[in-house]
Design a protein around this ligand. Structure first.
Ligand SMILES: NC(=O)c1ccc[n+]([C@@H]2O[C@H](COP(=O)([O-])OP(=O)(O)OC[C@H]3O[C@@H](n4cnc5c(N)ncnc54)[C@H](O)[C@@H]3O)[C@@H](O)[C@H]2O)c1
Length: 274
C-alpha cells in the first residue's frame, strides 16, 4: 500500500501529516521572561502578552520591571513582576516558587537576562568572570531546571535562551561574556536532547548587535554610531528588540513544533551559520 510512486503512498503521507499534533504557545499559557525590565526582555514580554500569554516578568530593576508588567496588563492579560537576581540561586528558586504559587503552571521560559562587563582577558578579575557566568549561564540553567518538574508533569514546555554572536566569533575584552554565551548553546543542545521525550523544546537565539542599552551603555557608543555601524550589515541596519521578540514568538509557536536544539542567528546576515 506504500509502494513507490503509488497514489496510496501520497495519501498515506498526507494522512500521517494530518495526524501530527503541533504544540505551541496557546492563549492563557504562562511565560517567564528574565531581564524583562528593558531591552529585548521587555519587547519579548509585550509581544507574548499580545499573543495572549500570561506573563511572569523577572528583573533586578524593580521600578522598570513593574512598569513592564503593568504594560503587559494594559494589553489585557495577567502579568506580575517578580524581583530576581539571576546571579543568585536562592533568588531564582524563590522567584520560581512565587510564579508557580501565582499561576500554578508554566509553559515557556525565556532566559534573556544578561550582562556584558568589559575587560581585557589578561586582567579579568575573578569576581567579574564569576558574576558574568553566574548571571548569563548558571542562572539560565537554574531557571530552566526550576520549571522542569512542572513541564515534565504537563508533558509540554518551551525554553528559549539568549546567546550572542560573541559565542561564535569571540569577544575582544569580553572573554567571560563569550564563554557564558557559548555555554548557552551547549546547554540548549543538552537540554533539548534530555527533555525532548517530555514534550519540551529547547532552543537558543544568537542576536547580532541591536538597539538596546547593553551595547550602548556597556560599549560606550551612541545610538547614532550604532545605527551608522548598521550600514555595514548585509540587511543594512542593526537589530531592534522587536526583531528578537518576533523570533521568540515564532519559536514558541506551533509552526516550529519540529525545531529543537537549534541556535538561530538574528543579525541581518552578519554571521551566516551553516
Ligand atoms: N543588544 C545586543 O546587541 C545583544 C546582542 C547579543 C546578545 N544580547 C543578549 O540579549 C540579552 C538581552 O540583552 P539587552 O540588549 O536587552 O540588554 P539590556 O541591558 O538592555 O537589558 C538586560 C536586562 O537584564 C536585566 N538584568 C541584568 N542583570 C540581571 C540580573 N542579575 N538578574 C536579572 N535581570 C538582570 C537588566 O536589568 C535589563 O532589564 C542578553 O542576554 C544579552 O547578552 C544582546
Amino acid at each position: 500500500m506504500t509502494g513507490i510512486n503509488s497514489s496510496e503512498l501520497d495519501d498515506a503521507i498526507e494522512q500521517g501529516g494530518s495526524e501530527i499534533i503541533r504544540d505551541g504557545l496557546k492563549q492563557g499559557d504562562v511565560a517567564v521572561v528574565t531581564g524583562a525590565a528593558r531591552g529585548f526582555g521587555r519587547a519579548i514580554a509585550l509581544r507574548l502578552a499580545r499573543e495572549g500569554a500570561k506573563l511572569a516578568v523577572w528583573d533586578v530593576v524593580d521600578d522598570e520591571g513593574e512598569e513592564t508588567a503593568a504594560a503587559c496588563r494594559a494589553i489585557g492579560i495577567e502579568a506580575e513582576f517578580f524581583h530576581c537576581d539571576m546571579g543568585d540561586a536562592d533568588n531564582i528558586s524563590s522567584a520560581a516558587a512565587a510564579v508557580l504559587d501565582k499561576f500554578r503552571t508554566v509553559y515557556a521560559v525565556i532566559n534573556n537576562a544578561g550582562i556584558h562587563p568589559r575587560s581585557p582577558a589578561a586582567e579579568v578579575p575573578l569576581e567579574m568572570w564569576n558574576r558574568t557566568l553566574a548571571v548569563n549561564l548558571t542562572g539560565s540553567f537554574l531557571t530552566a531546571q526550576a520549571f522542569a518538574p512542572t513541564m515534565f508533569k504537563n508533558g509540554r514546555g518551551n525554553i528559549i535562551s539568549l546567546s550572542s554572536g560573541r559565542a561564535i566569533e569571540g569577544a575582544k575584552n569580553g572573554i567571560h561574556y563569550a564563554c557564558s554565551k557559548a555555554g548557552i548553546i551547549a546547554m540548549t543542545k543538552t537540554l533539548a536532547q534530555e527533555w525532548a521525550s517530555n514534550g519540551i523544546r529547547v532552543n537558543a537565539i544568537i542576536p547580532g548587535v541591536s538597539e538596546t542599552r547593553q551595547p550602548l551603555e556597556a560599549g560606550g557608543v551612541t545610538l547614532e554610531n550604532l545605527r551608522e555601524r548598521g550600514k555595514g550589515v548585509p540587511l543594512g541596519r542593526v537589530g531592534h528588540p522587536d526583531d528578537l521578540a518576533g523570533m521568540v514568538a515564532v519559536l514558541l509557536g506551533p509552526d516550529t513544533a519540529f525545531v529543537t536544539g537549534q541556535a538561530v542567528a538574528i543579525n541581518g546576515g552578519v554571521i551566516m551559520l551553516p
